[in-house]
Structure formats: structure tokens, C-alpha cells
Design a protein around this ligand. Structure first.
Ligand code: PSU
Ligand code: MN
Length: 309
């Protein structure tokens, strides 16, 4: 079901036509999640890891009114250099950006939309958006969660970002029927931390058994997405106390600065990178790479399952 507004790069299009594994990547992580120049270095390193694992990377974005699955080196460089000047584009923004010929970097939600339109089933990122702390008052719930409820793409990440209310995020995912798989863990990972106090729906320890769950969900006609939560490598994980402490400091500063809406997530991530002296940045890059590798392995296993069906 291709869209008249979608351009799939020849490489990605050929891979999809040949039934080869493809992994979608978002671009908000490039424009808003990481600083220049490590954003560009990371974008290339992640794509390379996906290739080494036997899959084709498809970075998504909106460029001059066109949805893209598969970006050129020049397009990735431009997004990286422009940083937060590029519009952070979620589901609500796609229509007006397309109609006005605008450009935007894609969040988890809008990357899932482009991936589904292109026929890509796996998507790797760092952490998803979720229910924000204090959402009882602010109503701040990321559009990523609604997208997981409705769009058939499996998102491989390191759990919801620590800046969120994890308990409410899990409740929301449960209400909307999103399958949450722990990769090598019974606990929900919390981005910079290997685990939180909450359990996942099920644990799987290899890519093949994750692929079997994706196939079961979609063959059943259940549609919607799945979350594969892959804990950050032990050597890169932050200590729980340290994470909570820098988090409370950053949250207080954010309230004092009056930051709101879609600026919250990029603001907090940037501030955490500063307060931690770069430690959260190193962790963030490491977990994105590990999720990309795993997504490529699951994509491969999923393609093999589809062949033998
Ligand atoms: N994960 C990261 N860094 C990021 C994001 C996720 O490691 O910058 C981005 C994703 O694009 C995600 C978005 O969809 O933050 C969530 O923003 P919000 O909370 O405003 O929905
Ligand atoms: Mn929000």
C-alpha cells in the first residue's frame, strides 16, 4: 500500500521486493536527540551495523514535502547539521508538512507510519516516548504510544525514556493491547538503566523467538505494533541513584525554564547529556547501536519465517 507522497530509495525498494530484511530508522534522534557531529557519526555507524548484520537500513524523514524511506549521505548530513532547526514531525504534522512542501525529522510515531506504508516491519531506535511524569495534570502522553496501538511495526528500543512515568506508560500500552517483549530480561528496561521495577509481558532470548511473536500477532489480524525492549549493555548502563538524581535536577530546571509540549523530550535529553558530563550521551549512542543490530537480526529471522510459511 504505497502512498503517492512516499519515495522509497532504490536500495530499500529492491530489498523489499526481494523479501530481504530491512530496518527502519528515525531521524528525530539525529536532529533533536544527539548533538553535532556525533549525530551524523552515529547515523552512519548504525546504518553500517545493520548492513553487517545482513539487513538494509532505511532512515526516514520528510524532505520538501516527500516522505522518504532511505536517505542519501547528503540528506543525513543536512539533517545532522541543521539539528533542532528542523521541525520535529509526528503524526499530526505529516499532513501540513506534505501539503506545504515542508521538511521534518520523524519521531517514533511518524517513522512507524512511513515504515508501514513502505512495507517495513522492523524499526530500531533508542527509547520511545510515553506517559510523562505529571501527565495527570499536563495530559502529556507521547503520540508514539497511540501509534504502537494502531500501526503494524515492531519497535526495538531500550524501553521508555527514563524521563517518563514508566508505570503509567505500561498501563497505557496494556490498555491499547501493545505486546511488550523483554529481550533477555523479565523486567522493563528504562533506557539508561538495564531494568525498572516493572515486568514485561514476556521474555525472549533469541531473534527467532521474537520473530515468531511478530508473525503470530500479524497473522492473527491483530494489527498494531509491538515493543521489543532490549536492555542497554551492562558496561554502559548508569547507576540507578545517579540517573534519578540527574533526572530530578533536569526536571526542576525544565519547570523553571517553562519548557513544554514537544520541546520537553529534546530539552531534557540535551540537559542530561550536559549534567552527566557526556555520560548519558555515550550510553545513548551505545544503546541505539545495540538496538539496530538486534532489529536487523529479528528482521532476518522474520523474513526466513515468512519464506517458509
Ligand atoms: N529516543 C532517543 N532520542 C530521541 C527520541 C527517542 O533516544 O530523541 C525521540 C523520538 O523521536 C521519540 C520522541 O519519538 O523523542 C518522543 O517525543 P515526545 O515525547 O515529544 O513524543
Ligand atoms: Mn508530548
Amino acid at each position: 500500500m504505497h502512498s503517492q507522497y512516499l519515495d522509497i530509495s532504490p536500495e530499500v525498494s529492491n530489498a523489499l521486493a526481494a523479501g530481504q530484511p530491512v530496518v527502519a530508522l528515525e531521524s528525530t534522534i539525529i536532529s533533536h536527540g544527539l548533538p553535532w557531529p556525533v549525530n551524523m557519526e552515529t547515523a552512519h555507524a548504525v546504518a553500517q551495523l545493520i548492513r553487517e548484520a545482513g539487513a538494509i537500513p532505511a532512515t526516514t524523514a520528510l524532505i520538501n514535502g516527500r516522505m522518504k524511506a532511505g536517505l542519501s549521505t547528503a540528506e543525513i548530513e543536512a539533517l545532522s547539521r541543521n539539528g533542532q532547526q528542523t521541525c520535529k514531525a509526528s503524526r499530526r504534522d505529516l499532513p501540513w508538512l506534505i501539503a506545504t512542501g515542508g521538511s521534518g525529522s520523524t519521531t517514533v510515531a511518524s517513522t512507524m507510519i512511513i515504515a508501514a506504508l513502505a512495507g517495513i516491519r522492523l524499526f530500531a531506535t533508542g527509547g520511545i516516548g510515553g506517559v510523562h511524569r505529571g501527565a495527570q495534570q499536563t495530559f502529556d502522553i507521547s503520540a508514539d504510544l497511540q501509534e504502537l496501538a494502531r500501526t503494524p511495526v515492531a519497535v526495538v528500543c531500550s524501553g521508555p525514556k527514563i524521563i517518563l512515568d514508566l508505570s503509567l506508560t505500561l498501563e497505557y500500552l496494556e490498555t491499547y493491547g501493545v505486546t511488550v517483549i523483554g529481550y533477555g530480561t523479565d523486567r522493563l528496561p528504562a533506557f539508561y538503566l538495564r531494568e525498572s521495577a516493572f515486568n514485561v509481558d514476556c521474555r525472549r532470548d533469541n531473534p527467532e523467538s521474537v520473530a515468531a511473536i511478530l508473525q503470530a500477532r500479524w497473522s492473527l489480524g491483530l494489527d498494531g505494533g509491538l515493543l521489543v525492549a532490549n536492555p542497554v549493555d551492562e558496561s554502559l548502563a548508569l547507576a540507578t541513584d545517579d540517573a534519578e538524581q540527574i533526572m530530578s535536577q533536569a526536571m526542576q530546571e525544565m519547570i523553571d525554564a517553562g519548557v513544554s509540549g514537544k520541546a520537553i523530550t529534546p530539552w531534557l535529553l540535551t540537559r542530561l547529556h550536559e549534567i552527566s558530563g557526556g555520560e548519558t550521551l555515550t550510553t545513548n549512542i551505545g544503546l541505539i547501536k545495540s538496538n539496530a543490530r538486534l532489529a536487523a537480526e529479528i528482521a532476518q529471522a522474520f523474513c526466513e519465517l515468512s519464506e517458509t510459511r
